[in-house]
Design a protein around this ligand. Structure first.
Ligand code: AHG
Ligand code: MN
Ligand code: MN
Length: 358
């Protein structure tokens, strides 16, 4: 069989670098080290129960008070060990660490910051459903490269690169360096990421939405209205039927939406008044938001583009809506319109499919 040359992630990054003659190669090293960490995690995920990586990590809980799984801890360690030594980073922030990770003194520091969710979709780990890793690369402020918490508090529009790896039936790395979105599939023989999905685009329209409907009694009026209208189908104001999906791995939902369109919502709700939403701004919403916008989709809190939110803390949560542009814009419009109870909308209240609590 003739050998077909494959365009690998490394080759892709070299080509990208040619467009920036001033580049030192540090940026490419960051991405390649992230990719290496993802390969390591992909291998552990693939071995599953055989690798002894299922189950909880003792009684450990992370900063969010969530039970850590063995694979959460393993993935976090992979990100830290593989990215700490290269000399390109000023610091790292992880979902699993309360404070930013300080680069050990024996390693040089560099000009980039890396924020990540080492394993997204924890509830799916032990049940063999797709999980992933999400990462965001920022520039460290131009002073001492300390990598303190405040250094990470930059709005998503300042990201220099972002993406995710999905550990599904195949492992893929989806990356933006601010010049569109490209998808690479992990070749199980070469164990290299190979460009298989150049210039990924999110269809502007969709008839598919994703939301955890068990929270419907906590939703705010604009989200209730949107979902109600989708559920009303051909006979409702949208005049068409919608399909619904919920995997509970945001990475997997984002990937589906990137491939065939759709809208994902984990909106701000009233379930827990102490939080603004479920997903974390710096290492979940911002990187996925950057990927979506670079692919022609849209990402929003409902009230403002997610990439414009000024972060106030490392683990800050945010309401998140992303995906097909026209649907996200519609949801944003619903947030701008007068409150639901200020006008009479027939599908709500008595006839509402998701009724507000009395
Ligand atoms: P993580 O596993 O990193 O904590 O993130 C899980 C997130 C996200 O991936 C998913 O969309 C959401 O939590 C699922 O939440 P519900 O369990 O409320 O459906
Ligand atoms: Mn997550
Ligand atoms: Mn996680």
């Amino acid at each position: 069989m003739p050998l077909t040359p494959k365009f690998t992630l490394t080759q892709f990054l070299i080509e990208e670098r040619r467009r920036h003659p001033e580049a030192t190669g540090d940026f490419n090293s960051v991405i390649l080290n992230v990719a290496m960490a993802c390969k390591h995690i992909a291998r552990a995920v693939a071995f599953g129960a055989l690798g002894g990586v299922y189950g909880n990590a003792g009684g450990a809980v992370n900063v969010q008070g969530e039970q850590q799984k063995t694979l959460d801890v393993l993935s976090n360690d992979a990100f830290l060990r593989i990215n700490e030594w290269g000399g390109q980073l000023a610091g790292m922030a992880s979902e699993e660490l309360e404070k930013p990770y300080e680069i050990p003194a024996q390693f040089p520091r560099g000009k980039y910051l890396l924020a990540f969710d080492p394993l997204d979709g924890s509830s799916n780990i032990d049940v063999n459903v797709s999980v992933g890793s999400i990462f965001s690369v920022l520039r460290a402020p131009e002073r001492l490269h300390e990598g303190e918490e405040m250094d990470f508090l930059q709005p998503g529009c300042t990201q220099v690169a972002a993406g995710y790896a999905i550990y599904g039936p195949t492992t893929m790395l989806v990356l933006t360096v601010g010049n569109g979105v490209n998808g690479f599939t992990l070749d199980p023989n070469l164990y290299e990421f190979v460009l298989t999905h150049p210039d990924m685009r999110v269809p502007e329209d969709t008839q598919e939405f994703a939301i955890n409907a068990s929270n419907s009694r906590f939703w705010e009026a604009p989200i209730k209205r949107y979902v109600d209208e989708c559920l009303a189908g051909t006979g409702g104001p949208r005049g068409k039927d919608f399909n619904m999906r919920w995997i509970a791995s945001m990475v997997a939902e984002a990937h589906r939406i990137l491939m065939r369109g759709g809208v994902f919502m984990y909106p701000r709700d009233t379930k827990d008044p102490s939080r603004a939403g479920r997903l974390r701004l710096l290492y979940e919403a911002n990187p996925i938001g950057f990927v979506m916008e670079q692919a022609g989709g849209r990402a929003s809190t409902g009230r403002q583009p997610v990439l414009s939110v000024q972060p106030s803390s490392l683990h800050q949560r945010v309401g998140l809506v992303f995906g097909s542009k026209n649907e996200v814009e519609r949801i944003e419009r619903y947030h701008l319109e007068p409150r639901r109870d200020d006008f009479s909308y027939p599908l709500f209240n008595e006839r509402g499919l998701f009724r507000a609590p009395l």
